[in-house]
Design a protein around this ligand. Structure first.
Ligand SMILES: Nc1ncnc2c1ncn2[C@@H]1O[C@H](COP(=O)(O)OP(=O)(O)OP(=O)(O)O)[C@@H](O)[C@H]1O
Ligand SMILES: [Mg+2]
Length: 166
């Protein structure tokens, strides 16, 4: 483990596919509250970097640490990393097309989801408030009762961001 203030800490990360170096000694530090954009030409390694952070690809070498160096992401599987709060959205939106915008957000809220609790589940006051906040952030308030499948591409993107936040 390292002593760092960073929320996300990558150092010396390398990934090779059949000898081809997709990532070569990549270092990246993100502090709490920081927003970063990663740009680069096609094939530069952006997706590979995201795959390493989210546990889809194991690096050949290097450190990938979360939460002030306390969590070694290279030891965790994708589901565990998602549970830590590292969300990812892809270019192509993945929302539940046959459910309303509102229900998509309800479904995305973290919480116990057994078959029984699903069937009779009604969101709590706190959850209703959170959904209203997310409808505001994503500017989908006016579209809450529409089926997600009918949203524009950009609106689907926002809905998926709202679901990740939920
Ligand atoms: N599974 C794989 N097997 C072999 N080569 C791969 C594999 N995944 C990625 N690569 C190669 O690694 C390099 C980095 O790819 P990556 O997908 O990370 O690039 P990118 O920056 O996301 O590009 P783009 O802007 O096109 O999405 C590319 O040359 C790619 O062909
Ligand atoms: Mg890519």
């Amino acid at each position: 483990m390292k002593t760092t203030s960073a929320l996300l800490y990558l150092d010396g990360v390398s990934v090779a596919f059949d000898g081809f170096k997709a990532l070569n000694e990549l270092s990246l530090v993100i502090e709490p509250g920081e927003m970063r954009a990663i740009i680069g030409p096609n094939g530069a390694g952006k997706t590979t970097m995201m795959d390493v952070i989210t546990g889809k690809t194991r690096p050949d070498s290097g450190d990938v640490l979360f939460e002030q160096g306390q969590v070694d992401l290279t030891t965790l599987d994708e589901a565990s990393i998602a549970t830590l709060g590292i969300g990812r959205k892809f270019q192509k939106p993945t929302v539940f097309e046959h459910h309303t915008v509102y229900d998509n957000l309800v479904l995305a809220l973290a919480g116990p989801r057994g078959p029984g609790s699903n069937l009779f589940w009604k969101e709590s006051a706190g959850e209703t408030k959170r959904i209203e906040e997310l409808l505001g952030v994503t500017r989908l308030g006016d579209h809450r009762n529409r089926l997600a499948g009918g949203l524009s591409h950009g609106q689907k993107q926002w809905l998926e961001i709202g679901m990740l936040l939920a």
